[in-house]
Design a protein around this ligand. Sequence first.
Ligand code: PGA
Length: 263
Amino acid sequence: MGVNARTPLIAGNWKMNLDHLQAVAFVQKLHWTLKDAKFEEGSVEVAVFPPFTDIRSVQTLIDADKIPFALGAQDISTHDSGAYTGEVSGAFLSKLQCGYVIIGHSERREYHNETDEVVAAKTRAALKHGIVPVICVGETAEDLEKHGASAVPVAQLAAVLDGLDKKSDIVVAYEPVWAIGSGQAATPQQAQDVCAALRGVIAEKLGADAAARTRVLYGGSVKAANIASFMREPDVDGALVGGASLVVDEFAAIARYQKHVGV
Ligand code: PGA
């Protein structure tokens, strides 16, 4: 499978923003905006990751209006069901047609003490329920200074991929912690170097086919003005977008990056 065989993925991580009413209005507006701009469905996969409380409303809208967006959740329980107050099972998410789930975002690693073991268990839970895990890895500013850019993300990914089935359908997101919400994105070259190293880990743990097929995203202060420069890199297959995914015109322009790749 050649590099161009991977469908680019533009994923909007809403974090804890937009209630279910705002979510419906937002997704409708995003759909119309892309339609008006003659966005080619299928050339780029667009996915939204709303809070849990919005998912049913967004799923119903996507379904009724045949909106070509994938739907994802921002977290998943390691358990299937039972006495786990406040947790959400992958079984429930897959019933709601969630095709993706973000796992191990740096905010969860930092504020909810998610270790590589927890990230690995959540990855297995997602796969068990037929949901594609978007496995997030990335170094802090301190890690960057001490170990360079790739060491920490490579180790985080290796710990999660150990023991996974070689056929597992996963997405990896490289998100340097220092670039998230800071306005200070990595350079395209930095993103390329780490994404290539992560693809190397996939090759080592899951084999060459998995490495060729798996999409590796960059995330951290992605916006309409810099997306094209990341997407020109051979090992960057898309973006995980936070702040800019909450602004319809901005996110639509990111999804339409192919129209401004020459910029
Ligand atoms: P940002 O967030 O685009 O606001 O930097 C990215 C993320 O946390 O996924």
